[in-house]
Design a binder for this molecule. Structure first.
Ligand SMILES: NC(=O)c1ccc[n+]([C@@H]2O[C@H](COP(=O)([O-])OP(=O)(O)OC[C@H]3O[C@@H](n4cnc5c(N)ncnc54)[C@H](OP(=O)(O)O)[C@@H]3O)[C@@H](O)[C@H]2O)c1
Length: 302
């Protein structure tokens, strides 16, 4: 998996959605794709932020697998952003985030925003059980992130010129993490969002082939999309040395979540922010250098 240092783009209208929170905001997964953006936006608003992760420099130590780290991270916290790792769909995740939410409520936390995934049964179970212990929680239930192509497991294959996945003509309304972070910050800083479930998609349905074509057009980098079978896909992941649980998670994601059940647009960004979501084409232009600079053989340098 590659890691990059992407640009955070905060629009003036995003700032206007946030009213000051009267206390520290704990951001979990703060070194990750969504958490980093949420924490940077809160910083830009001048709000006190505690970045929680196992390893981030200057972060509060927080480990989902070590419950002794939870209470110290929550001390004096007013609001918390919860991005569970690796995925709310893994066994035991709903129980773990629910225990954390109960602890947060008991510690006096007023606002909790839970990052979730569309079409994932286990994630929706986590949303419900977190609501039982923290009724004011806000869910940001997201489509497949645009940034999976620029900061995550799809980056290296795109740079190398061929993206091969076990999906043919299924369309997905890829969502920009800048929109996800803007919605999360609005919910972390304003009680008007309490109890809401925001289902977040981009404004257009695209197949993976469409997405790759837009990346090629924006970056000038020659990249092809090749549909493959599930066995070819998981066999390749195993050959590349990925652990069994990651291979299982990928199989689940591509066999069940990306089976067409999410092939419709939702109005979550508009409901939360009173504006339209960012388009995939805007993302591709913004991040064009990720794929074009040093492409072909330079994967992982950035
Ligand atoms: N990718 C998608 O398209 C998509 C769509 C919808 C929902 N989601 C959800 O997004 C969530 C992941 O969020 P993300 O993409 O923003 O994160 P990410 O980029 O995958 O990064 C993971 C973050 O979690 C931290 N982390 C990893 N293991 C941890 C542990 N045991 N305890 C505490 N922190 C840990 C990492 O930091 P350290 O390594 O420093 O601890 C890092 O900050 C998942 O729950 C997934 O279901 C993803």
């Amino acid at each position: 998996m590659s890691s990059t240092s992407p640009t955070t783009t905060i629009r003036p209208e995003d700032r206007e959605t946030a009213s000051p929170a009267p206390g520290t905001v704990l951001v979990l997964g703060a070194t990750g794709k969504s958490g980093r953006r949420v924490a940077d936006r809160l910083d830009a608003l001048g709000l006190p932020v505690r970045r929680g992760s196992r390893s981030g420099a200057g972060a509060a130590r927080f480990d989902w697998d070590d419950e002794t780290t939870w209470a110290p991270a929550l001390a004096g916290v007013h609001a918390v952003y919860v991005a569970y790792a690796p995925d709310l769909a893994v066994p035991g995740a709903p129980e773990t985030v629910t225990r954390f939410a109960a602890l947060a409520r008991g510690a006096g936390v007023r606002r909790l925003v839970l990052l979730s995934g569309r079409g994932e049964t286990e994630a929706q179970r986590a949303e419900a059980s977190v609501a039982d212990v923290f009724p004011a929680r806000v869910v940001v239930r997201c489509a497949f992130f645009d940034q999976n192509f620029s900061e995550s497991f799809l980056l290296d294959p795109v740079r190398e010129g061929t993206l091969a996945l076990p999906v043919s003509d299924v369309a997905e309304p890829f969502v920009d993490l800048e929109d996800v972070a803007a919605v999360a910050v609005a919910a972390l800083t304003d009680d008007a969002h309490a109890g809401q479930v925001y289902e977040l998609t981009g404004p257009r349905l695209l197949t993976f082939a469409d997405a790759v074509a837009e990346i090629a057009a924006a970056s000038g980098h020659d990249v092809a999309y090749v549909p493959i079978t599930m066995d070819e896909f998981t066999g390749g992941l195993a050959e590349a040395g990925l652990p069994d649980d990651v291979v299982d998670l990928m199989r689940y994601l591509f066999a069940e979540v990306l089976d067409g059940r999410g092939a419709h647009l939702t109005d979550g960004v508009r409901r939360a922010l009173d504006r339209e979501p960012r388009d995939f084409g805007e993302f591709a232009v913004r991040e064009a250098t990720v794929w074009s600079v040093g492409a072909r053989g330079a994967a992982g340098e950035r």
